[in-house]
Design a protein around this ligand. Structure first.
Ligand code: MN
Length: 287
Protein backbone atom coordinates (compact mmCIF):
# COMPACT_ATOMS: atom_id res chain seq x y z
CA UNK A 1 0.00 0.00 0.00
CA UNK A 2 2.03 2.93 -1.11
CA UNK A 3 2.29 6.14 -3.03
CA UNK A 4 5.73 6.82 -4.41
CA UNK A 5 7.05 9.94 -6.04
CA UNK A 6 10.24 11.27 -7.52
CA UNK A 7 10.95 14.82 -6.43
CA UNK A 8 13.50 17.63 -6.51
CA UNK A 9 16.92 16.43 -7.71
CA UNK A 10 16.33 12.70 -8.29
CA UNK A 11 14.97 12.04 -4.80
CA UNK A 12 12.57 9.16 -4.17
CA UNK A 13 9.70 9.81 -1.79
CA UNK A 14 6.99 7.93 0.06
CA UNK A 15 3.82 10.04 0.14
CA UNK A 16 1.95 10.07 3.47
CA UNK A 17 -1.12 12.33 3.44
CA UNK A 18 0.23 15.80 2.62
CA UNK A 19 3.90 15.01 3.32
CA UNK A 20 6.64 13.19 1.45
CA UNK A 21 9.29 11.17 3.28
CA UNK A 22 12.66 10.90 1.56
CA UNK A 23 13.46 7.21 0.97
CA UNK A 24 16.14 7.72 -1.69
CA UNK A 25 18.53 5.47 0.24
CA UNK A 26 16.58 2.42 -0.94
CA UNK A 27 17.97 2.98 -4.42
CA UNK A 28 21.36 1.78 -3.12
CA UNK A 29 19.84 -1.70 -3.24
CA UNK A 30 19.28 -1.63 -6.99
CA UNK A 31 21.69 -3.63 -9.14
CA UNK A 32 24.23 -1.50 -10.94
CA UNK A 33 24.46 -1.74 -14.70
CA UNK A 34 27.21 -1.41 -17.23
CA UNK A 35 26.63 -0.34 -20.80
CA UNK A 36 24.44 -1.38 -22.58
CA UNK A 37 21.75 -0.27 -20.15
CA UNK A 38 18.55 -2.31 -19.69
CA UNK A 39 15.38 -1.42 -21.59
CA UNK A 40 13.21 -1.52 -18.47
CA UNK A 41 13.03 0.73 -15.42
CA UNK A 42 15.26 -0.85 -12.73
CA UNK A 43 13.38 0.66 -9.79
CA UNK A 44 9.89 -0.37 -10.98
CA UNK A 45 11.27 -3.87 -11.70
CA UNK A 46 12.39 -4.23 -8.05
CA UNK A 47 9.48 -2.43 -6.45
CA UNK A 48 7.94 -5.51 -4.81
CA UNK A 49 11.21 -6.60 -3.24
CA UNK A 50 11.95 -3.08 -1.93
CA UNK A 51 8.63 -2.37 -0.23
CA UNK A 52 9.62 -3.45 3.28
CA UNK A 53 12.86 -1.48 3.11
CA UNK A 54 10.98 1.62 1.94
CA UNK A 55 8.62 1.35 4.93
CA UNK A 56 11.58 0.82 7.28
CA UNK A 57 13.40 3.88 5.95
CA UNK A 58 10.26 6.01 6.28
CA UNK A 59 9.45 4.89 9.80
CA UNK A 60 9.60 7.81 12.21
CA UNK A 61 11.05 10.21 9.65
CA UNK A 62 9.56 13.68 9.40
CA UNK A 63 8.08 14.45 6.01
CA UNK A 64 8.43 17.44 3.72
CA UNK A 65 5.15 19.26 2.96
CA UNK A 66 3.97 18.44 -0.56
CA UNK A 67 3.55 22.13 -1.35
CA UNK A 68 7.34 22.63 -1.03
CA UNK A 69 8.31 19.93 -3.54
CA UNK A 70 8.97 19.80 -7.24
CA UNK A 71 7.54 16.59 -8.68
CA UNK A 72 9.37 14.65 -11.40
CA UNK A 73 7.63 11.88 -13.38
CA UNK A 74 7.12 8.82 -11.13
CA UNK A 75 8.88 6.56 -13.64
CA UNK A 76 12.44 7.69 -14.38
CA UNK A 77 13.15 5.42 -17.36
CA UNK A 78 10.03 4.24 -19.15
CA UNK A 79 11.00 1.86 -21.96
CA UNK A 80 8.04 2.96 -23.99
CA UNK A 81 4.94 5.12 -23.68
CA UNK A 82 1.95 3.45 -25.30
CA UNK A 83 -1.21 5.43 -25.91
CA UNK A 84 -4.79 4.64 -26.83
CA UNK A 85 -6.48 6.87 -29.41
CA UNK A 86 -10.16 7.83 -28.99
CA UNK A 87 -11.04 5.27 -26.33
CA UNK A 88 -14.18 7.00 -25.00
CA UNK A 89 -17.41 7.03 -27.05
CA UNK A 90 -18.22 10.72 -26.50
CA UNK A 91 -14.66 11.77 -27.36
CA UNK A 92 -14.96 9.73 -30.58
CA UNK A 93 -18.18 11.64 -31.36
CA UNK A 94 -16.62 15.06 -30.66
CA UNK A 95 -13.48 14.22 -32.67
CA UNK A 96 -15.55 13.18 -35.68
CA UNK A 97 -17.75 16.30 -35.40
CA UNK A 98 -14.94 18.89 -35.11
CA UNK A 99 -12.73 19.47 -38.19
CA UNK A 100 -10.19 21.23 -35.94
CA UNK A 101 -9.71 17.92 -34.13
CA UNK A 102 -9.94 15.42 -36.99
CA UNK A 103 -8.22 17.48 -39.74
CA UNK A 104 -9.68 15.15 -42.36
CA UNK A 105 -7.92 12.24 -40.65
CA UNK A 106 -10.37 9.39 -40.58
CA UNK A 107 -11.12 8.87 -36.89
CA UNK A 108 -11.53 5.11 -36.60
CA UNK A 109 -12.68 3.02 -33.68
CA UNK A 110 -9.82 1.96 -31.42
CA UNK A 111 -10.42 -1.74 -32.21
CA UNK A 112 -9.48 -0.97 -35.82
CA UNK A 113 -6.77 1.65 -35.42
CA UNK A 114 -4.99 0.05 -32.44
CA UNK A 115 -2.45 1.76 -30.21
CA UNK A 116 0.38 4.20 -30.91
CA UNK A 117 3.68 5.15 -29.24
CA UNK A 118 4.85 8.49 -27.85
CA UNK A 119 8.56 9.25 -27.60
CA UNK A 120 9.84 8.77 -24.05
CA UNK A 121 11.71 12.08 -24.47
CA UNK A 122 8.33 13.83 -24.22
CA UNK A 123 7.86 12.78 -20.57
CA UNK A 124 8.00 15.36 -17.77
CA UNK A 125 6.68 15.67 -14.23
CA UNK A 126 4.05 18.23 -13.28
CA UNK A 127 6.56 20.70 -11.84
CA UNK A 128 8.13 21.24 -15.25
CA UNK A 129 6.09 23.48 -17.56
CA UNK A 130 4.53 22.25 -20.80
CA UNK A 131 6.21 24.35 -23.49
CA UNK A 132 3.99 25.09 -26.51
CA UNK A 133 6.16 24.37 -29.52
CA UNK A 134 3.80 25.47 -32.33
CA UNK A 135 1.87 28.50 -31.06
CA UNK A 136 0.27 28.95 -34.48
CA UNK A 137 -1.45 25.55 -34.24
CA UNK A 138 -4.13 24.25 -31.94
CA UNK A 139 -2.60 22.41 -28.97
CA UNK A 140 -4.99 20.45 -26.74
CA UNK A 141 -5.13 19.01 -23.24
CA UNK A 142 -6.08 15.35 -22.76
CA UNK A 143 -6.36 13.89 -19.26
CA UNK A 144 -5.83 10.12 -19.12
CA UNK A 145 -5.38 7.42 -16.53
CA UNK A 146 -1.76 6.25 -16.87
CA UNK A 147 -0.93 2.61 -16.10
CA UNK A 148 2.63 1.66 -15.15
CA UNK A 149 3.58 -1.92 -16.00
CA UNK A 150 5.40 -3.84 -13.25
CA UNK A 151 6.37 -7.19 -14.82
CA UNK A 152 7.35 -8.63 -18.16
CA UNK A 153 4.12 -9.20 -20.05
CA UNK A 154 3.71 -10.97 -23.36
CA UNK A 155 0.43 -12.20 -24.85
CA UNK A 156 -1.44 -11.92 -21.58
CA UNK A 157 -5.17 -12.50 -21.33
CA UNK A 158 -7.44 -9.68 -20.21
CA UNK A 159 -8.57 -11.57 -17.12
CA UNK A 160 -4.96 -11.78 -15.84
CA UNK A 161 -3.77 -8.42 -17.17
CA UNK A 162 -4.04 -6.45 -13.92
CA UNK A 163 -1.48 -8.82 -12.34
CA UNK A 164 1.13 -7.08 -14.50
CA UNK A 165 0.39 -3.56 -13.26
CA UNK A 166 2.79 -1.84 -10.82
CA UNK A 167 0.49 1.12 -10.28
CA UNK A 168 -1.25 4.17 -11.64
CA UNK A 169 -0.73 7.90 -12.02
CA UNK A 170 -2.32 10.85 -13.77
CA UNK A 171 -1.29 11.42 -17.40
CA UNK A 172 -1.65 14.40 -19.70
CA UNK A 173 -1.36 13.55 -23.40
CA UNK A 174 -0.71 16.99 -24.86
CA UNK A 175 -1.48 17.07 -28.56
CA UNK A 176 -0.90 19.33 -31.54
CA UNK A 177 -3.88 18.98 -33.86
CA UNK A 178 -3.11 18.50 -37.52
CA UNK A 179 -2.77 16.00 -40.33
CA UNK A 180 0.46 14.28 -39.24
CA UNK A 181 0.74 10.89 -37.55
CA UNK A 182 -0.25 10.92 -33.88
CA UNK A 183 3.18 9.79 -32.76
CA UNK A 184 4.75 12.92 -34.26
CA UNK A 185 2.16 15.39 -32.97
CA UNK A 186 2.20 13.93 -29.45
CA UNK A 187 5.93 13.32 -29.01
CA UNK A 188 7.05 16.93 -28.65
CA UNK A 189 9.27 17.57 -25.60
CA UNK A 190 7.12 18.14 -22.48
CA UNK A 191 3.92 16.79 -24.15
CA UNK A 192 3.58 13.80 -21.80
CA UNK A 193 3.03 14.83 -18.19
CA UNK A 194 3.05 12.02 -15.60
CA UNK A 195 2.40 12.53 -11.91
CA UNK A 196 2.15 13.46 -9.23
CA UNK A 197 2.97 10.01 -7.81
CA UNK A 198 2.58 6.29 -8.45
CA UNK A 199 -0.26 4.66 -6.51
CA UNK A 200 0.65 0.99 -6.30
CA UNK A 201 -1.75 -1.61 -7.65
CA UNK A 202 -2.32 -3.23 -4.24
CA UNK A 203 -3.77 0.10 -3.08
CA UNK A 204 -5.74 0.82 -6.26
CA UNK A 205 -7.13 -2.62 -7.09
CA UNK A 206 -10.00 -1.65 -9.39
CA UNK A 207 -9.27 0.96 -12.10
CA UNK A 208 -12.66 0.48 -13.79
CA UNK A 209 -14.59 3.26 -12.06
CA UNK A 210 -12.20 6.16 -11.51
CA UNK A 211 -13.41 9.70 -12.05
CA UNK A 212 -11.20 12.03 -14.12
CA UNK A 213 -11.46 15.82 -13.96
CA UNK A 214 -9.46 18.48 -15.74
CA UNK A 215 -9.82 22.25 -15.34
CA UNK A 216 -8.09 25.08 -17.13
CA UNK A 217 -7.63 28.22 -15.01
CA UNK A 218 -10.34 26.95 -12.68
CA UNK A 219 -12.87 26.15 -15.43
CA UNK A 220 -13.92 22.49 -15.63
CA UNK A 221 -13.29 21.10 -19.13
CA UNK A 222 -13.19 17.30 -18.81
CA UNK A 223 -15.22 15.26 -16.33
CA UNK A 224 -15.74 11.55 -16.93
CA UNK A 225 -15.18 8.06 -15.55
CA UNK A 226 -13.04 5.16 -16.67
CA UNK A 227 -16.27 3.11 -16.65
CA UNK A 228 -16.92 4.71 -20.06
CA UNK A 229 -13.74 3.39 -21.68
CA UNK A 230 -14.41 1.56 -24.97
CA UNK A 231 -11.54 -0.88 -24.25
CA UNK A 232 -10.96 -1.15 -20.51
CA UNK A 233 -7.58 -1.33 -18.77
CA UNK A 234 -7.21 -5.15 -18.86
CA UNK A 235 -8.35 -5.11 -22.49
CA UNK A 236 -5.74 -2.49 -23.42
CA UNK A 237 -2.93 -4.48 -21.77
CA UNK A 238 -4.05 -7.65 -23.54
CA UNK A 239 -4.29 -5.74 -26.85
CA UNK A 240 -0.79 -4.25 -26.50
CA UNK A 241 0.80 -7.58 -25.59
CA UNK A 242 -0.62 -9.23 -28.68
CA UNK A 243 1.80 -7.00 -30.63
CA UNK A 244 4.79 -6.44 -28.33
CA UNK A 245 6.03 -7.40 -24.90
CA UNK A 246 5.78 -4.98 -22.02
CA UNK A 247 8.53 -4.50 -19.45
CA UNK A 248 8.63 -2.90 -15.98
CA UNK A 249 8.26 0.86 -16.25
CA UNK A 250 6.40 0.87 -19.56
CA UNK A 251 3.57 3.40 -19.42
CA UNK A 252 0.15 2.96 -20.97
CA UNK A 253 -1.99 6.06 -21.50
CA UNK A 254 -5.55 4.79 -21.67
CA UNK A 255 -7.27 7.49 -23.72
CA UNK A 256 -9.01 10.76 -22.99
CA UNK A 257 -12.72 11.43 -22.51
CA UNK A 258 -14.72 14.20 -24.17
CA UNK A 259 -14.06 17.86 -23.45
CA UNK A 260 -10.62 18.26 -25.04
CA UNK A 261 -9.73 21.83 -25.89
CA UNK A 262 -6.87 24.22 -26.54
CA UNK A 263 -4.23 25.37 -24.06
CA UNK A 264 -2.15 28.52 -24.37
CA UNK A 265 0.91 29.89 -22.56
CA UNK A 266 -0.05 31.16 -19.11
CA UNK A 267 -2.70 28.51 -18.54
CA UNK A 268 -2.76 26.44 -15.37
CA UNK A 269 -4.00 22.87 -15.78
CA UNK A 270 -5.50 21.24 -12.69
CA UNK A 271 -6.17 17.53 -13.05
CA UNK A 272 -7.55 14.98 -10.68
CA UNK A 273 -8.23 11.24 -10.72
CA UNK A 274 -10.06 9.56 -7.83
CA UNK A 275 -7.94 7.25 -5.66
CA UNK A 276 -4.78 8.87 -7.10
CA UNK A 277 -4.92 12.57 -6.26
CA UNK A 278 -4.52 15.92 -7.96
CA UNK A 279 -1.75 17.64 -9.86
CA UNK A 280 -1.17 21.10 -11.24
CA UNK A 281 0.76 21.74 -14.44
CA UNK A 282 1.57 25.03 -16.14
CA UNK A 283 1.82 26.04 -19.78
CA UNK A 284 4.56 28.26 -21.18
CA UNK A 285 5.71 29.45 -24.57
CA UNK A 286 8.60 27.49 -26.09
CA UNK A 287 11.80 29.50 -25.92
MN1 MN B 1 -4.69 10.79 -25.82
Amino acid sequence: MMRLCRFNEDRLGLVKQDHVIDVTAVLDRLPSFRYPLPKFDPFIAELDSLRDRIEELADGQPGIPIAELKFAPPVANPGKVIAAPVNYRRHLDEARADPEIHHRNRIAEIERVGLFLKATSSVIGPSEPIRVRHPDRRTDHEIELAVVIGKNADRVSAHRALEYVAGYCIGLDITVRGPEERSLRKSIDTYTVLGPWLVTADELTDPSQLSLKLSINGELRQNASTCDLLIDIPGLIAFATRFYSLVPGDVLLTGTPEGVGPITPGDVIQSEISQIGAMTASVQAYS
